[in-house]
Design a protein around this ligand. Structure first.
Ligand code: CP
Ligand code: NVA
Length: 305
């Protein structure tokens, strides 16, 4: 069992924690499909606070709780207006009185950290501008499921050096894979995350050519070119990232048995083509499903179950 109080960043995990989470996610998936999930969260509840839209995160957390006998309560920011109608510290203290765990999706990572600071229950980061840790733990579970391992593989990410990339760099300090980002100048990942990752021995490389990034990769990964909050830059980014589109030609540069991941939502025709999304090498729907299993693992560990 963990001694972690919160799940704010993959960087906070030990390598052993990270490996065990993946193993537990895989075991929970087997139990789920065999109809033998135990009601380990009976009587437990989760508040899900969203300041940005969501399909997967909301549904996977909510169904994740329900499947384990617990309850999840969706709270839109329209109601609580976190930090505007009420200070984060007060929201945190009040919500902690009602539920056993808080999940939050918001803009600033500091907001999640503040919420955790004042909470008397565990807090889970369900995406910030800086990180998307639940996503990348689910992604690693998906790679292990399809490739049998993550260690020793080459993961190539094409596109913006965003929150998902930052979480992959954090993951590269816990697992032994090579992470190559193919991006445009000016769209590199967070410098602190990159420097800290490299100092911790993460095998991370940034290249400015899509083919160079994709060459001999075991995993090709892409994400939207304009993340939530950067919509105003969408047109400019579309032009900049065009050479980084994951299409049949780029896929051919990867290993013949490479798998393709995308955290979704996808903008088909922009960062990924229909033919790659719908190809046999695409595992994007397994990846989406695995969010539920890995988040169950995270929630159970946080609640000491
Ligand atoms: N991948 C992901 O987090 O999807 P949503 O934004 O739909 O939750
Ligand atoms: N980088 C994307 C991920 C969406 C799940 C965003 O932040 O919008």
């Amino acid at each position: 069992m963990w001694d972690r109080k919160h799940f704010l960043s993959i960087y906070d995990l030990t390598a052993d924690d990270a490996k065990k989470l993946v193993e537990r996610g895989i075991a929970l998936k087997e139990d789920h499909h065999a109809g033998r999930l135990q009601p380990l969260l009976e009587g437990k509840s989760m508040a899900m606070v969203f300041r940005k839209p969501s399909l997967r995160t909301r549904m996977s957390f909510e169904m994740g709780m329900i499947g384990l006998g617990g309850h999840a309560l969706y709270v839109s920011d329209e109601e609580i207006k976190l930090g505007r109608r009420e200070a984060v510290c007060d929201v945190s203290r009040v919500v902690s009185r009602y539920v056993d765990v808080i999940m939050i999706r918001t803009f600033a990572q500091t907001e999640v950290e503040d919420l955790a600071k004042y909470a008397s229950v565990p807090v889970i980061n369900a995406l910030t501008d800086l990180y998307h840790p639940c996503q990348v733990m689910g992604d690693i579970m998906t790679v292990v499921e399809h490739k049998g391992r993550i260690d020793g593989l080459k993961v190539a990410f094409l596109g913006d050096g965003n929150n998902v990339v930052n979480s992959w760099i954090n993951a590269a300090t816990k697992f032994d894979f090579k992470f190559v980002l193919g991006t445009a100048k000016g769209y590199e990942p967070d410098p602190m995350v990159l420097e800290r990752g490299k100092a911790d021995g993460a095998k991370v490389e940034i290249v400015y050519d899509a083919h160079e990034a994709a060459r001999d990769a075991d995993v090709l990964y892409t994400d939207v070119w304009a993340s939530m909050g950067a919509e105003a830059e969408a047109e400019e980014r579309k032009a900049t990232f065009k050479p980084f589109q994951v299409n049949d030609e780029l896929l051919a540069a990867a290993k013949p048995d490479a798998i393709v991941l995308h955290c979704l939502p996808a903008h088909r025709g922009d960062e990924i083509t229909d033919s790659v999304m719908d190809s046999d090498q695409s595992v994007v729907y397994d990846e989406a499903e695995n969010r539920m299993h890995i988040q169950r693992a995270v929630t159970l560990e946080l609640l000491g179950k």
